[in-house]
Ligand binder design. Structure first.
Ligand code: AGP
Length: 610
């Protein structure tokens, strides 16, 4: 997934575009480029690597010293899909005669077919990308009417795109369109900013318009107009951004990940605000738009998601089965999309996605809708595609999550899933006192997370022993099994140590063969009732010489080599505290190994391509 931005206005477009790319860099960071309209021509600069390399190129470029005549441009930061992260493959891409320039986020699936047609017409391509094909295709349709050329070209395209296009013959005009990849337009006085997400817009304005799939917008001196792909006018509503530019900054921390880990008490408090109904020992989640009869009629749940959200969904499965007493199935979103899922009557389908833009989860949403499921979405990004496609659900209100490694989205997803389980449970078998205990536990979570955050230094001391290992296992039972999976995912993502999460009982069915003094095991033990089981698993690992680190609740003793002692909590909320401890554990290991924590190699914040 990439980040695109475009600007038309009186400010120096180079500054606005580079600043915007820096705020979109978490979307992709292997190469970048910019094109501006300069003296009736398109002037392009590209660079492999981070946005900072591109900014340096621009600073060193004498051709761009005088910016007084520059008013319009497009720019891009890339996450390579077609062709390696090279300068040549970096965007923007130009047409055959360099009359138009294009930036693109997404994948053109029928690009080879289109390319063959253009090759037959004598086109010559400079890059290995699918995007350059689209630039040539638009220019092939170009007869001094850019909107018409874009509309005709897109009619031939299969795949996903969010694009911005300029032409040297139509100064100060930008055409943008989307299908499958996000486009937001920021409305300011006498200037317009188009971007892949609001993080590149929030410092300029809080007034935005989200494009829908199949939308095309024309931006020029006379304003903005919205159309469908056949250029028929459509109405699009202005919306307000709910978070501040500051929230999208590091706030004095060295990384976004550490800032977001420490943001969790506030984020969890926000994910609960106004939802806990102590008087009736239940919760209220207004965004569901379901009356008590509809809630009570749900007798099956299908959850689908990817990555960290999938781990949160697995924990949700425990909550729904234990507290509501109805069957709940969790499926990796791409698998849900292609496995022909059984959607029975009274099934509630839940899409879980921090960004609300993950392509596989979006496709699973379409599949669930096609099969007539009652669908809700639980998302963090307000106004995101999945949230709007579902039309109802719950926002996490965790604030922007910039670091690629998801942290506060996980803990707020667990918080919201637990609140939903209480709401549904109280329409079925969850009694008042049990529900009241859980509400109290949820209400105590922010302060308990504060307690875990105070362990950061002592956790760093423990990790100092394990910075050179190549493999690591995470084990847990019951509610802590998905947390073990999440801990392993965090360590994999940011420290590049090969880590696996397992249900603790699964070790002796194979993984135990890999244990020795060089393979540490992290064991999560927060439930007094099952603690003896985990203690024997710890002994199993120690007897194979594996060093064991236990994440353990106060009052539980284990024979581990190192212990991270977290506050005692209700079984349903203890997973959140253990997850925060493991986030700190993975952060410190990665930091001690000198890894680029916020932008791990080969990854991107949300994956908008299949
Ligand atoms: C998690 O740290 C990763 N960034 C990744 O696994 C992520 O959870 C996954 O891509 C799903 O993203 P989403 O929640 O935005 O849909």
């Amino acid at each position: 997934m990439c980040g695109i931005i475009a600007y038309a206005g009186e400010k120096n477009p180079l500054e606005v575009l580079i600043n915007g790319l820096e705020r979109l860099e978490y979307r992709g960071y292997d190469s970048a480029g910019i094109s501006v309209l300069k003296e009736d021509d398109i002037y392009t600069v590209k660079a492999a690597g981070k946005v900072s390399s591109l900014a340096q190129r621009i600073d060193d470029d004498s051709q761009l010293a005088d910016t007084s005549q520059l008013h319009c441009g497009i720019a891009h930061t890339r996450w390579a899909t077609h062709g390696g992260p090279t300068e040549n493959n970096a965007h923007p891409h130009l047409g055959q005669n360099s009359r138009i320039a294009l930036v693109h986020n997404g994948i053109i699936e029928n690009y080879q077919e289109l390319k063959n047609d253009l090759l037959a017409q004598g086109h010559v391509f400079k890059s290995e990308t699918d995007t350059e094909i689209l630039a040539h295709l638009i220019e092939a349709h170009y007869e001094k009417d850019l909107k018409k050329a874009v509309s005709e070209a897109l009619a031939k395209v299969e795949g996903a795109y969010g694009i911005a296009v300029i032409s040297k013959d139509e100064p100060d005009t930008i055409i943008t369109a989307r299908f499958g990849s996000p486009i937001v337009i920021g409305l300011c006085k006498d200037e317009v900013i188009i971007a892949s997400d609001i993080n590149a817009i929030v410092q300029h304005t809080d007034r935005v318009v989200y494009l829908n799939d199949g939308d095309l917008a024309i931006v020029n001196k006379s304003g903005i107009s919205f159309h469908d792909l056949s250029l028929k006018s459509v109405q699009r509503n202005e919306e307000k951004i709910t978070h501040t530019a500051e929230e999208a900054q590091k706030g004095g921390y060295s990384t976004f990940m550490m800032k977001e880990i420490h943001d969790q008490p506030r984020a969890v408090r926000n994910s609960v605000r106004g939802h806990l109904d102590f008087e009736n020992a239940t919760t209220s989640l207004g965004g569901l738009h379901m009356n008590p009869k509809e809630l009570a009629s749900i007798d099956r749940i299908q959850l689908f998601a990817c990555g960290t959200s999938l781990n949160a969904a697995l924990l949700g499965q425990y909550f729904f089965e234990d507290l509501v007493g109805i069957p709940c199935q969790v499926t990796q979103a791409a698998d849900f999309r292609y496995r022909n899922p059984i959607i029975e009557k009274n099934t509630l389908a839940i899409a879980l996605s921090q960004s609300g833009e993950t392509a596989d989860t979006l496709a699973a949403v379409h599949e669930a809708k096609r099969k007539g499921a009652d669908l809700i979405a639980i998302c963090n990004a307000v106004g995101s595609t999945i949230a709007r496609e579902a039309g109802r659900g719950v926002y996490l209100h965790a604030g922007p999550e910039i670091s690629v490694a998801s942290t506060k989205a996980f803990t707020t997803q667990v918080s919201v899933l637990l609140q939903l389980a209480v709401l549904l449970g109280r329409t079925k078998r969850l009694d008042r006192s049990h529900a009241a205990d859980i509400l109290e536990a949820i209400d105590k979570l922010p302060e308990q997370i504060e307690e875990v955050l105070k362990l950061s230094d002592s956790i760093r001391t423990i990790t100092e022993k394990y910075t050179d290992v190549h493999s690591m296992f995470f084990i847990g039972r019951g509610y802590q099994y998905p947390v073990a999976l999440e801990g392993a995912l965090k360590v994999k993502e940011i420290s590049y140590i090969h880590a696996e999460g397992y249900h603790a009982a699964e070790l002796k069915h194979g993984p135990l063969a890999l244990l020795d003094e060089k393979v540490p095991v992290v064991a999560i033990c927060t439930n007094k009732d099952s603690s003896q089981k985990i203690v024997s698993n710890i002994r199993e690992c120690s007897s194979r010489k594996s060093p064991v680190i236990a994440v353990v609740s106060e009052g539980i003793e284990t024979p581990a080599d190192d212990s991270i002692v977290i506050p005692q909590a209700h079984p349903t909320t203890a997973p959140v505290l253990a997850a925060v401890a493991l986030q700190l554990f993975s952060f410190h290991i990665a930091d001690l190994r000198g890894c680029p924590i916020d932008q791990p190699k080969n990854l991107a914040k949300s994956v908008t391509v299949e």
